[in-house]
Design a protein around this ligand. Structure first.
Ligand SMILES: *[C@@H]1O[C@H](CO)[C@@H](O)[C@H](O)[C@H]1NC(C)=O
Ligand SMILES: *[C@@H]1O[C@H](CO)[C@@H](O)[C@H](O)[C@H]1NC(C)=O
Ligand SMILES: *[C@@H]1O[C@H](CO)[C@@H](O)[C@H](O)[C@H]1NC(C)=O
Ligand SMILES: *[C@@H]1O[C@H](CO)[C@@H](O)[C@H](O)[C@H]1NC(C)=O
Ligand SMILES: *[C@@H]1O[C@H](CO)[C@@H](O)[C@H](O)[C@H]1NC(C)=O
Length: 485
């Protein structure tokens, strides 16, 4: 039996060929890490970071991904102490390393919490690149979320010019943009190349169940509330890597549609712990007076995605109106073409693998290279591991090693012509895996209830019970029918 210690866990970043574009190449592992390392300018600086506790490799878990030209941006959220740098870059054209070091972006100073300037980037979760060569992110302002939960400063929107590598804007959210439980982990940017100054950002508040709109032209923000931003109490149950947990995250993933002929656009959105997709015309969000007016019917239910379709981020392919979705309970990637009515039949699972894509954290479409990037990093394991290091559960939970391997995707070329057609095998494989869970070789199963009473996301005291279920499964070597097609 292999016991998995923290350093053994692999976080995998996958690059999938977009099924609509580049035919059907299997998704490749672009980069994978046993543990994250940084490109320190010299050894003495590395030693200084390490001895001060500012760099604890095991606590560095990548969360967000974005790409622009040859650059890949990776955020490492400050879940715990010892994250050397939050916002980082990899030069994809220069590195041949499959586990490259991260280089702080735009600089070490900008990510240094001890910076004398006192304006360091604390902890951005997800970042988005717009049509005007800018990188946008919301700095939550919170360090050591799972530990001492230090609120360094209120949340800020940060915009960086990718050409000059200068911070263009830091905008602190107003008190009226937030609630005590607010937490901003994702955003969508609405910007057109011909009107870069008139851009908007839509910030999803997963903890306060709201949506904050920021207008660059007005340098102002306002907050919408809606019932559709809440989680669904019947769909907050998750199984990831054998860990069973219950999350109440509301509004999370969003995607802005391509511009229609009349100039209009639509924002598609969903709560994390829910299985429906909703939408709202962006002209509604852009109208500050509608934030506080009666607006219920201006928001629309698009449809039901189906069982176990809960997920974090989504990303739009502006070329064809296909949205890609990270799927937490199905451990994969799904898609939906906004030009078709949404139902479980049109919401298609295009890739699934419970081991190698256990927790797809973030997703990005690179329009110029026509590639889909998925950041897979196991947040539940990070949370679980904290319990282990506290000496509670170490012996009870031997985890198998996570694998970083080349992922086969099983469809022949003709199945890949449309988003929908690509899905049959992935869906079948998922169904088989589910059965395996149900009737499979479960020789050991136990549950431990752990009570955590900690400050959660800096603002509120939450008491929650987590139950863990561990399965020891036999290794199924049977050849997947679809793989042999
Ligand atoms: C290491 O790099 C830092 C940051 O660039 C610099 O301030 C320091 O002087 C360097 N130390 C040595 C020994 O080169
Ligand atoms: C935008 O507004 C914020 C807060 O209201 C202010 O601090 C900042 O200076 C403004 N920025 C610009 C570019 O006007
Ligand atoms: C998680 O696993 C448990 C135990 O097998 C099962 O009862 C539950 O339905 C699963 N939940 C989800 C959302 O898959
Ligand atoms: C904003 O909404 C209000 C209330 O419906 C409406 O009167 C106003 O014309 C709208 N403003 C714009 C710019 O569309
Ligand atoms: C489960 O796995 C064990 C060990 O691999 C094996 O001996 C046993 O026959 C399996 N049971 C079932 C029901 O498959």
């Amino acid at each position: 039996m292999i016991f998995c210690h923290f350093a053994d866990m692999r976080w995998i970043m996958l690059v999938l060929a977009l099924v609509t574009a580049v035919s059907c190449h299997p998704p490749e592992v672009q980069y994978s890490w046993d543990k994250i390392d940084y490109n320190f300018p010299n050894e003495s600086m590395r030693q200084a970071y390490t001895s001060r506790g500012d760099f604890i490799p095991a606590n560095n878990l990548p969360v967000g991904v974005a790409t622009w030209k040859d650059k890949m941006f990776v955020t490492v959220a400050r879940w715990k102490k010892g994250v050397a740098s939050n916002l980082n870059v990899i030069d994809m054209s220069k590195t041949t390393d499959k586990s490259p070091q991260l280089t702080p972006y735009p600089s070490w100073e900008a990510n240094d919490l001890h910076s004398t300037e006192d304006d360091a980037i604390v902890s951005i979760f997800r970042i988005r690149v717009d049509a005007c060569d800018r990188l946008w992110g919301v700095d939550t302002g919170i360090e050591d979320i799972l530990g001492d939960t230090k609120v360094v400063r209120p949340p800020r929107l940060i915009v960086i010019d990718l050409n000059t590598e200068k911070i263009l804007l830091t905008y602190t959210l107003k008190d009226s943009d937030q609630k005590a439980e607010s937490f901003f982990a994702d955003l969508a940017v609405d910007a057109d190349k011909d009107s870069c100054d008139d851009a908007y950002a839509y910030l999803s508040d997963l903890g306060g169940y709201g949506l904050v709109v920021y207008s660059l032209a007005q340098n102002n923000s306002w907050r919408f509330h809606h019932n559709y931003f809440h989680f669904d109490p019947l769909n907050g149950d998750y199984n990831v890597s054998g860990i069973n947990f219950h999350w109440t995250d509301g509004l999370f993933g969003m995607a802005v549609s391509p511009k229609r002929e009349d100039g209009s656009k639509t924002l598609y959105f969903h709560a994390f712990s829910a299985i429906r997709e909703f939408s709202v015309p962006t002209h509604v969000l852009k109208n500050e007076s509608l934030a506080t007016a009666e607006n219920y019917n201006l928001f629309k239910l698009e449809g039901v995605k189906g069982d176990l379709t809960q997920g974090t981020s989504s990303a739009m392919d502006l070329k064809n109106g296909i949205i890609y979705f990270a799927q937490i309970n199905r451990h994969g990637i799904a898609c939906w073409n906004i030009n078709k009515p949404l139902s479980p039949e049109t919401f298609s699972l295009i890739y699934q693998n419970a081991e190698t894509m256990a927790f797809p954290n973030d997703i990005a479409v690179d329009l110029s290279s026509r590639k889909l990037y998925v950041m897979v990093s196991n947040v539940p394991k990070l949370m679980y591991n904290e319990l282990a290091t506290n000496g509670w559960l170490e012996e009870l939970f031997p985890w198998p090693l996570a694998h970083a391997r080349r992922l086969p995707i099983a469809h022949e070329a003709r199945k890949c012509h449309s988003c929908r057609a690509a899905t049959r095998c992935a869906t079948e494989r998922f169904a088989r895996r589910q059965n395996r869970h149900d009737d499979g070789n479960v020789t050991e199963q136990f549950k431990v209830r752990a009570r955590l009473n900690r400050r959660y996301f800096g603002r509120i005291h939450l008491r929650f019970g987590m139950s863990f279920t561990h399965y020891r499964k036999s290794i199924h070597k049977q050849q997947d029918d679809c793989d042999s097609v």
